[in-house]
Design a protein around this ligand. Structure first.
Ligand SMILES: C[S@@+](CC[C@H](N)C(=O)[O-])C[C@H]1O[C@@H](n2cnc3c(N)ncnc32)[C@H](O)[C@@H]1O
Length: 214
């Protein structure tokens, strides 16, 4: 898989990732990580966790990837890894490797995939999780509440009730057993760059979905 290291990229083979992961208590994957700030903060706070951020856009992660390579005293975190890939074609190196997967404020094709949902993408995400792994999604409901924007983004309607009736069975079929579905108004459980931007001074609501890989 393609690893982002500042402006440079390199290949990491499955064996190299397996050897790296062995040195850690758990592996987490943040899909659609954006600027990678969430992953870098988590890696600094949890030195025993290998924190992987993945996004389709390498440039967005470049600065966090560069910072991660600094000495720990200067904010570096050798346990932060940034991967450039699309959720529709997740690297086989990640198969069965993750103890936790987060998807925070997805947009574009990732938002469509988790909310429609698109079974092949869900199965790909589930395939990266170990049995019993936690899969947590935070979905900004604003585009679903604005009819015009929803149509433009080609999204199916979504709220907590529709998540119950439409997403629960589809996620189950992909091997993800949804537990809690809740709508959070304002204050958000996970602080990411987009989470901060979206909630600041707004009454926006977020759909929080917690699932377990069966
Ligand atoms: C609104 S940003 C959220 C970034 C970050 N999770 C946060 O909360 O700050 C959505 C991210 O999803 C990424 N994305 C959209 N579609 C994707 C796909 N199919 N595969 C991987 N990443 C995708 C975008 O490149 C973007 O960085």
């Amino acid at each position: 898989m393609r690893i982002v290291e500042g402006k440079k990229q390199r290949e990491m083979a499955s064996e190299a990732l397996a050897a790296l992961a062995e040195g850690y208590a758990q592996v987490t994957l943040d899909l659609g990580t954006g600027d990678g700030g969430f992953v870098l903060r988590r890696a600094r706070a949890e030195p025993r966790t290998l924190c992987i951020g993945l996004d389709a856009v390498a440039e967005a992660m470049a600065e966090s990837a560069r910072r991660a390579r600094a000495k720990p005293a200067k904010g570096g975190a050798a346990n932060a890894l940034f991967v450039v890939a699309r959720a529709e074609a997740l690297p086989p190196e990640l198969l069965g490797r993750c103890d936790e997967i987060t998807v925070n404020y997805p947009w574009g094709s990732l938002l469509k995939a988790v909310s429609a949902p698109i079974p092949a993408v869900l199965s790909g995400i589930a395939a990266c999780a170990k049995p019993g792994a936690r899969v947590a999604l935070l979905i900004n409901l604003a585009p679903f509440e604005d009819h015009e924007q929803r149509e433009r983004l080609e999204l199916a309607p979504l709220d907590a009730d529709l998540a119950e009736t439409r997403l629960r069975p589809a996620y189950r079929a992909a091997g993800l057993e949804i537990g809690e579905i809740r709508t959070v108004l304002g204050a958000l459980p996970e602080r990411t760059t987009w989470g901060g931007k979206l909630v600041k001074g707004s009454g926006r609501s977020t759909l929080s979905i917690e699932a377990i890989k069966s």
